[in-house]
Design a protein around this ligand. Sequence first.
Ligand code: ZN
Length: 171
Amino acid sequence: MNSAAKVLKPSFCQTASAFLVVDGKILLIKHKKLGAWLSPGGHIDAGELPHEAAEREFFEETSIRVRSVGTTADQNVLPVPFKSGLHWVCEENYQRRDQNLPPLEKWSRGCEQHFDLAYVVEPVGDLEFKKNDEETDGIAWFTLEEIENLDTFEDVKRSIKMAFSYAKTHR
Ligand SMILES: [Zn+2]
């Protein structure tokens, strides 16, 4: 038998996120658990398409109804995410799983990494937002210039910049 140490592969959840850019500004929420400004998003539910999850999460976290850019009446042609990526949510959960410990209470679903599909969305109705007090500590519009000094992760800043340029060319 080969005695090579087994290497536990990080697990990932499938998530979707929504980026709304209107008149040169993007709407972001301050995530309670992560303490950072992010685009609305979350886990894709069973039976849900990724862009549907992005639209639902956006509504739940902002009260604004949106649809993904590129939505058509043809089910064979679904909206295309402008980015897909894999990032750590809770590396400690990964180490704990390796030690047969339960996940942290903060991330009780056992989140380790998230495989995220990111969509640029457009408003369906009015733009009046409402803060979701349960999940967020803030909600606000930001210009591209303000993103540089935003309290968030570098990867998120990169995604936001990509969303601004995608929104400019696809709407
Ligand atoms: Zn997760």
